[in-house]
Each structure stands twice: as C-alpha cells, then as structure tokens.
Write a new protein. Structure first.
Length: 370
C-alpha cells in the first residue's frame, strides 16, 4: 500500500498482540463467570458473592473496553486509504476474500475444530450421545467462530460503507469529517456512548451499532490529516482522560464479568474506550511512526496470528488439562503466551503456503513472496 502509514501498521499488530495476551488470561479466570478450563473455582459474583480474581484481572478490565473499538477505527482509516487507490468493486472483492471467506467457509471446513475443543470442556459424552452428529457439527461451527466475529462485523461495516458511498457520491460526508476540531472529537463521546446502547446481541461481541459507527468515524473523520494532527496535539490529554476513566470503570464494576453488555456498555466504560482510542491514535503518531524489519514482519504476520491464535491456545489448554493443577498459574500463562504468539506465527508460516487452506483461513488466493 503506497500511502500506508507506519504508525497505523504498528497500532494494528500491537493491538493484535494485546488481544493474544488477553486470551492468554481469559481461559483461566473466574471474573464473574465459570472458568473455561479447570483451574479456578467458579465464582460468579452474583447476589452479593465476591469474585475471586487472579492477579491479571486488572489487565483484562483495562484493555477490554477499547482494544476492539481501536481496531474498528483503524480499519475505517485504512479503508479510506485503500479506496484512494482502488475502486469500490475491487475493495469489496478484497473484503470478501479477506473477511467473509475466513469467517464462513473457514469456519465450516477448519475453524470448527476450535468449537470441538471447547465442547470437550462443556459437553459430556452422555450429553453428546443424545445429539445427532450433524447438529454437533453446527454446534462446533458456532463455537469455533472465536475471534472471527471481528471479520463478520467488519465485512458488514464494509457493505454499509459501500451503501453510503452510493448515496453520498460527492463525498460530502468526508468533507464534513475533515472539519472536525477538538470540541467535535470530545462531543463525539455522546454519539459513541449512545451507539453502545443500541443493537447489542446476547452474544456480547456483536455490538451492531457501536462498531459500525466507530468504523465510519475512522473512515470519514480520522482518515483526514487535519484530524490526525489534532489527536496528535492533544494525545497526552486524551490518553490521561482515557486512563482515569478506565480506572473509574474498574473501581465501579470490579468483580463483574467485564464482557457482559451491562458492564461493557456502561457509560464510564465507553467514555474510557473512546478517549483511549483518541489517545492511542495521537500517541502512535508521536512514538510509533517508524518501520524496521521486525515491525514489517509483524505487520504481515499480524492477521494470521489473529485468525488462528485462539485455536492454537485451545489446543494448548486441552493438552495442559491433565497437569493444570500441578503447575503454577504463572507457568501456564507463559506456556499459553508462547503458544499464542510463537506457535501461531509458526503455524501461519506453514499454512499460508498451502493452496486452498491459505484462502479458507486467511483469504489469501496467491502466496506473495516477501
């Protein structure tokens, strides 16, 4: 991409690393829910019960409100950059390959294995015996979506953008977005908080108003150089507000499961997320606007890591189950981290070279020699 920005690339792969670390801790925590893998006692923090949380709880609370919102905003900015070079048909064709194929065909043919591994922890042999095989397969597929919900929602955002572009043929919205100033960015907090209250599904990752709204803000507002300079200028202020609001939300909701709709859509949590996004967009321009062989590699590998890291970690945790209680929790976290990062990179390097598989998993039709 000729007009790519190093600081945007670095935000993307670094945020993916944060997502991996988040999942390292996710599988062995009981913050308001029963842990997925046997290690901690269930402690749902309901009816006054106090949750027993691990020492990594603060990390989970701190990053959860904003890391996916950040990826949607960055995706909107990148969509604008791509459409400066390509037509809408080519843009959508690329989105079909990169987003729709992995999150549909990829699940049906490969990613369902992750759902099967999850079922080993939740479905007993007796329960499975009463369910037809084809029904079990679709249960595995649904459970195997994992992180691919992001692909599904981002594809819908791309379709929504295409529809808006058809209506707004003269790009009046883009011109309007370029006029955003400091006050507008602050007032957009109201829009974002409002969007977080609408069209939320019981599956809490599908926030079907919030994510399209912030994606479109990425496209129409933050893709403008003038707006990027504003968030860069006020980066320290935005980041300070975001961190303070994040900790205020933690104090308020500590002990509850942070992914529940009533928690993640709490006004304080959404305000924290919005200002964290503003602050990170600004700080990245100050300190992450560089490229070297390592960052270039991570930018290429990041998408592959995101797509497959959950299945790698589910397999790792399944293998760890017999020894989970005999190992220190810190050792388990370390094993998961190595598997989630190094293991995913290794598997990505292998799978991206296999025709058909690379298309189903990563949306790559032809291997690029880099």
């Amino acid at each position: 991409m000729e007009n790519r920005k190093a600081w945007l690339d670095n935000i993307r792969w670094m945020t993916i690393v944060i997502v991996v670390v988040y999942h390292v801790f996710y599988y062995y925590h009981n913050i308001g829910i029963e842990p997925m893998f046997a290690r901690l006692a269930p402690n749902p923090a309901e009816e006054g019960a106090k949750a027993t949380v691990t020492e990594v709880a603060l990390f989970q609370y701190f990053v959860y409100p904003w890391f996916m919102m950040l990826l949607f905003v960055v995706s909107g900015i990148v969509a604008n950059m791509v459409l400066q070079r390509k037509g809408m048909k080519e843009f959508l064709a690329e989105r079909v390959n990169k987003l729709l194929v992995p999150s549909t065909l990829g699940i049906l043919f490969i990613q369902w294995v992750g759902g099967y591994l999850i079922s080993l922890n939740f479905l007993t042999a007796e329960a499975k015996a009463g369910i037809p095989e084809f029904v079990l397969y679709f249960i595995y597929c649904a459970s195997g979506i994992g992180a691919l919900w992001f692909c599904q929602v981002l594809f819908l955002c791309s379709l929504l953008l295409a529809l808006i572009k058809i209506i707004d043929k003269k790009d009046k919205l883009l011109a309007l977005g370029s006029k955003a100033n400091f006050l507008v960015l602050v007032l957009l907090t109201v829009v974002v908080v409002g969007a977080a209250q609408l069209l939320n599904t019981p599956i809490t990752t599908y926030r079907m108003c919030l994510y399209p709204v912030v994606f479109l803000l990425g496209y129409y507002v933050f893709s403008n150089e003038s707006v990027q300079q504003i968030v860069k200028k006020y980066a320290y202020l935005f980041l300070t507000i975001g961190i303070l609001a994040d900790f205020a939300y933690i104090v308020k909701d500590y002990g509850k499961y942070y992914a529940n709709n009533e928690v993640q859509n709490d006004s304080i949590a959404v305000v924290a997320a919005w200002f964290m996004v503003l602050g990170i967009l600004g700080m990245a321009q100050r300190v992450l606007d560089f490229s070297n062989p390592f960052t270039s590699y991570m930018n290429r590998a990041g998408w592959g890591i995101y797509i497959i890291h959950i299945n790698v970690m589910l397999f790792t945790n399944t293998m760890l189950k017999p020894v989970a209680y005999s190992l220190p929790i810190g050792v388990i976290y370390l094993i998961e981290l190595v598997a989630g990062l190094a293991g995913s990179v290794l598997l990505w390097e292998i799978l991206r070279r296999i025709p058909i598989i690379r298309w189903l998993l990563f949306g790559i039709r032809r291997e690029k020699h880099v």
